[in-house]
Design a protein around this ligand. Structure first.
Ligand SMILES: [Zn+2]
Length: 488
């Protein structure tokens, strides 16, 4: 999350699920509601950026790829009751548990075969094979399947895999089953993994609701969107036609236009350079930026409830359900707010978010004040801003006699927090104070020490080793610093 100076103050939100905070995301995702719910339309204060982590949506899995699939094939090929309708999913007919199990294996086998053909077509870039897997009678999905294939062609896709996770024969409402027709239709939860070559160490993952229909003995995919549960993220390449622009250090994926994608490449590349100047070059020095065209697309990518991010300029998310190092991380921009941001504002927000990417903030134990304060410190080092506008809310509070008693805690960064701007502003100035006292490299050393620490005393140890003082002693120095800056 990043905040902004003057140029149309915006705020993004930090969904660092990292610290076990929650975000209005699926299940227990990290960018959680109490952290992130709708932000009070407070006078937008500078920038705040968001880091997101997630907690998996617990789903049992049956692997479709390779051997697993072969195993299923054998089971499925085992002689069954020849009279039993194939893959019968008609709950009316009284079926024994064995029948149901066999039918379940048949569905996973048939569905798995369709998914395998789809994945193979993506890898071999064979459009007709890909469209061959799509239900010929599902014209709307056929159209979006064409867009999906075209999108995947534009992306530097390395690994692309589906995994048949589970299915639910009762999930499709009767009118939908009737509409599909065929001898069988059902909804499955399918995990899709896709890796952007040159950007991702590990593939991104999401759970897709895939509808299958069997017609004349052949099974097809008939939809990727029959039912999403709250918090379920949607891959950007399923949300509409993409335009992709590649920079030296960035990949910009726009749902709006080629021109927009190209326009952001330079800003994103520059953000990477600015971050490396402070953080060093010991990171991949690459960023992937999503530019949704609509608020709903931003929420879809994040699996967020509607209007969670109305006041959030940008979000940094790990496109996985489990926070982990090496997770594929994306910067997701808020289309509306980003448009309102001036050139300077966009640079600051992207530099802030890129700092989260470089410091793997989506999988880090650092306290939020340090993650956010440091990201702002790097952003304002790259794009200097007057203290008066960058710390406007905080100075106002201090001049009114309210000097922060302690460094902002996790709740202070909740999207709904009334003093969110002050939390960011005071965190930024805490980090700047460390840099002013001990030098920029000491601040980076401090951040890295806390980030690398596995112990609960990591922060206290870093205060001692880097600043030679306790957190309490630092807070006293910081309060003096804030008063001096605010002129009281
Ligand atoms: Zn942030």
């Amino acid at each position: 999350m990043s905040r902004l100076t003057g140029a149309g103050e915006q705020r993004g939100v930090e969904v660092i699920d990292e610290q076990g905070d929650t975000v209005p995301m699926p299940a227990v995702e990290h960018l959680g509601p109490d952290q992130l719910g709708p932000v009070e339309p407070k006078s937008p204060s500078p920038f705040s950026g968001v880091i997101v982590k997630k907690v998996a949506i617990g789903l049992a899995v049956v692997l479709v790829a390779g051997a697993g699939y072969a195993g299923l094939r054998q089971v499925a090929d085992a002689p069954t009751d020849p009279n039993a309708p194939v893959g019968s999913h008609d709950p009316q007919t009284s079926t024994t548990p064995d029948d149901e199990a066999a039918a379940g294996v048949q569905r996973a086998t048939d569905g798995g075969a369709v998914l395998q053909a789809m994945a193979d077509a993506v890898k071999s870039e064979n459009r007709s094979d890909f469209l061959e897997t799509v239900d010929p009678q599902s014209t709307a999905f056929k159209a979006s399947a064409r867009t999906i294939f075209a999108n995947l062609e534009q992306l530097p896709i390395g690994i692309f895999q589906f995994r048949y996770v589970s299915d639910d024969i009762a999930a499709l409402p009767p009118d939908r089953t009737a509409e599909l027709g065929g001898t069988a239709s059902w909804l499955a939860q399918v995990e899709v993994s896709w890796q952007l070559t040159g950007y991702d160490v590990k593939p991104a993952r999401a759970i897709l609701p895939v509808t299958f229909v069997t017609r004349d003995g052949k099974t097809y995919a008939a939809s990727f969107s029959d039912r999403f549960v709250a918090g379920q993220r949607r891959p950007v390449w399923t949300l509409g036609a993409l335009d992709v622009a590649k920079g030296n250090r960035s990949l910009v994926i726009s749902l709006k236009s080629e021109a927009q994608a190209k326009a952001y490449v330079a800003v994103a590349d520059r953000a990477v350079t600015s971050v490396s100047k402070v953080w060093g070059k010991a990171w991949p020095q690459k960023v992937v930026v999503y530019l949704p065209a609509k608020q709903s697309q931003m929420e879809a990518v994040l699996g967020a409830a509607p209007n969670t991010y109305t006041q959030i300029a940008a979000v940094t998310m790990a496109e996985l359900d489990q926070p982990q190092t090496g997770a594929p991380v994306r910067i997701v921009a808020n289309p509306k707010l980003f448009e309102e941001l001036g050139k300077q504002g966009r640079r600051i927000v992207l530099t802030h978010e890129t700092t989260h990417v470089a410091s793997t903030a989506t999988a880090s134990p650092v306290p939020l004040w340090l993650a956010e304060g440091f990201a702002d410190y790097v952003a304002f080092t790259a794009v200097p801003v007057q203290d008066e506008s960058a710390a406007k809310e905080l100075f106002k509070a201090i001049r009114a006699g309210k000097v922060p008693a302690a460094l902002p805690d996790t709740n202070a960064f909740a999207a709904s927090s009334a003093d969110l701007s002050q939390a960011y502003e005071s965190a930024w100035l805490a980090c700047r104070l460390i840099a002013e006292r001990e030098g920029q490299s000491a601040l980076v050393k401090f951040y890295r020490a806390v980030h690398a620490s596995k112990s609960s005393t990591g922060l206290a140890d870093a205060f001692k080793s880097t600043l030679g003082m306790t957190e309490q002693e630092f807070v006293v120095e910081w309060q003096k610093y804030l008063r001096r800056l605010a002129g009281v």
